[in-house]
Design a protein around this ligand. Structure first.
Ligand code: SAH
Length: 505
């Protein structure tokens, strides 16, 4: 596989400065051994007006397979023969990206001891990659490089030039031209070559997120294809992608003002529906909850700890839900919910179906009595454990909806999140996270104390060892209990009130 970088110059800024920038002398042909073969660096031309560096990577497909096996990673997933006979030696894939990072590591970092002023200067560059695998074709190549200021010529390579009727291969011949700092150009290639190849030769681990963010600094934050780039670069491991996107968004937010932040937020929301990946857990959770609510026949629903109102929004889309009340302790969350739901722009009829109330679930609230169903989605873990009995009483003792859906993280699953350090909870504000057994024990006691039946269901992939990422309990009120045991119920006081009443007495 093969790549050339050329620049032009004049006496005062000779093209041969490219040699300083790359830390490779133009008069020498040099070899470097990389983990997958030998990289050759040579200069077919080196003059004041024009200088071209060629990087040729001789890949050893046999070594590649062995390495894959040695590491227990199984090499190529294809047939046995395809492991040895493939495009690796010819096409500019992630191997070339790794070679760029290795052979030109100082240049990528923008270091040049001999001429420290050079890395910061842009110069006219022309990069040629004769055989570039491009999943997504020439059009995607343009969408990736043009926003970075490159003039892109991407010509599809015919499958076989003797038989034009066979059409194009998945390779393009690429020429990039533009005025750039060399380090930026190398970083663009380092990230985008494997993105276009879309088949990493190695297993992607969480430290790839760091590599991506480092190489993407200064250009990936604002790239219109940021999501595709991130997702493909991280081999579609969605948990890693989400981590990287969050951090890119933060990097942008640090500079953006509030309105821009809101637009960005909306854009991310919209993109959520189109990215190439499994449904995010939050979406799966909302779907599971909606399923339960529909099956229960509920029409009047409370969303307790509604946050920014995503579930309220979903409930509004279904006319069977005639009254939807979102409750949260956070005024900020409610403001955001109101903005997202566009409460101020709703028709009167729609607006009559929905209300957002501020209140704490740790206190009995008369406004919440008499509903068909209540949802506590990812809320209980935000309360300190000693406050949980207060919430239990407010919901199951006082409000007493017919159905209650509670979801909470399953802490056992945390070992499956690649980016979560061992022993950490998933969110800084989580006061606790429970195992499946702990959650079942709590829910069982709550049901018992307040006359409900309870069932459990997994949300997200149900791992045979550690269970699902989210656990869900569905409580149904036992009507007989309500009628036959009114006294028992009336005697159950709010844990705080017990002391108050005791004092009053
Ligand atoms: N239900 C939403 C939001 C979960 S985040 C979802 O599933 O995405 C937890 C929410 O609970 C936050 O919005 C937080 O403000 C709210 N919350 C935490 N303690 C609360 C309390 N004591 N009373 C009411 N809401 C509370």
């Amino acid at each position: 596989m093969f790549l050339t970088i050329s620049t032009s110059g004049a006496v005062e800024r000779p093209a041969t400065e490219l040699g300083f920038l790359l830390h490779k002398h133009p008069d020498k042909a040099q070899q470097f051994s990389t983990s997958h073969g030998t990289a050759h660096v040579l200069y077919p031309e080196a003059g004041v007006e024009r200088c071209t560096m060629a990087l040729l990577l001789e890949v050893d497909p046999v070594a590649l397979v062995r390495r894959g096996k040695d590491k227990g990673r199984g090499g190529a997933p294809d047939s046995a023969l395809a492991q040895y006979v493939n495009d690796r030696p010819y096409a500019a894939s992630s191997l070339l990206a790794v070679a760029i990072a290795g052979v030109f590591s100082s240049a990528v970092k923008g270091q040049c001891a001999a001429r420290p002023e050079l890395p910061g200067q842009s110069r006219p560059l022309r990069i040629e990659v004769p055989v570039l695998p491009a999943r997504g074709g020439a059009a995607l190549v343009e969408r990736l490089f043009e926003p970075l200021g490159w003039t892109v010529t991407a010509r599809p390579v015919a499958l076989d030039e003797r038989f034009p009727e066979w059409g194009d291969s998945r390779y393009v011949s690429l020429v990039l031209e533009g005025e750039h700092r060399l380090m930026d150009a190398l970083r663009h290639l380092y990230v985008l070559l494997p993105v276009l190849d879309d088949a990493k030769h190695y297993w992607v681990t969480p430290d790839e997120v760091e590599k991506l963010l480092r190489a993407g600094e200064g250009w990936l934050e604002g790239h219109p294809e940021q999501r595709l780039i991130t997702n493909r670069y991280l081999a579609r491991r969605w948990s890693l992608t989400r981590d990287a996107l969050d951090r890119l968004a933060l990097a942008r937010l640090a500079e953006a003002d509030d309105t821009e932040a809101e637009e960005l937020d909306n854009a991310v929301d919209e993109q959520e529906d189109t990215a190439e990946r499994p449904l995010p857990l939050a979406v799966q959770r909302r779907q599971a909850i909606l399923g339960v609510l529909r099956r229960s026949g509920a029409a009047r629903v409370l969303d307790l700890g509604c946050g920014q109102g995503q579930l309220v929004g979903e409930l509004l889309k279904d006319p069977r839900f005639t009254e939807i009340v979102g409750v949260d302790v956070s005024v900020r969350a409610l403001k955001e919910a109101s903005r997202r739901l566009r409460l101020d722009r709703m028709t009167e009829r729609q607006a009559a179906r929905v209300a957002l109330l501020q209140g704490s679930l740790a206190y009995t609230d008369r406004r919440l009595a008499g509903y068909d169903a209540a949802v506590l989605s990812e809320v209980i873990e935000h309360l300190d454990l000693p406050r949980l009995p207060a919430l239990e009483y407010a919901v199951f003792g006082a409000a007493r909806p017919t159905t209650v859906v509670v979801t909470t993280p399953n802490v056992e699953y945390n070992v499956r999140w690649e980016t979560l350090p061992a022993g950490h909870v998933r969110h800084g504000d989580h006061r606790f996270e429970w195992t499946r057994e702990e959650f079942r024990a709590w829910a069982g006691q709550v049901a018992e104390r307040h006359g409900y039946d309870v069932d459990f269901a997994p949300v997200g992939p149900d791992d045979p060892e550690v269970g699902p990422p989210t656990q869900m309990a569905v409580f149904h009120k036992n009507e007989k209990y309500d009628q036959s045991d009114k006294n028992h119920r009336n005697n159950q006081n709010h844990p705080d009130e017990t002391t108050k009443e005791a004092k009053a007495a």
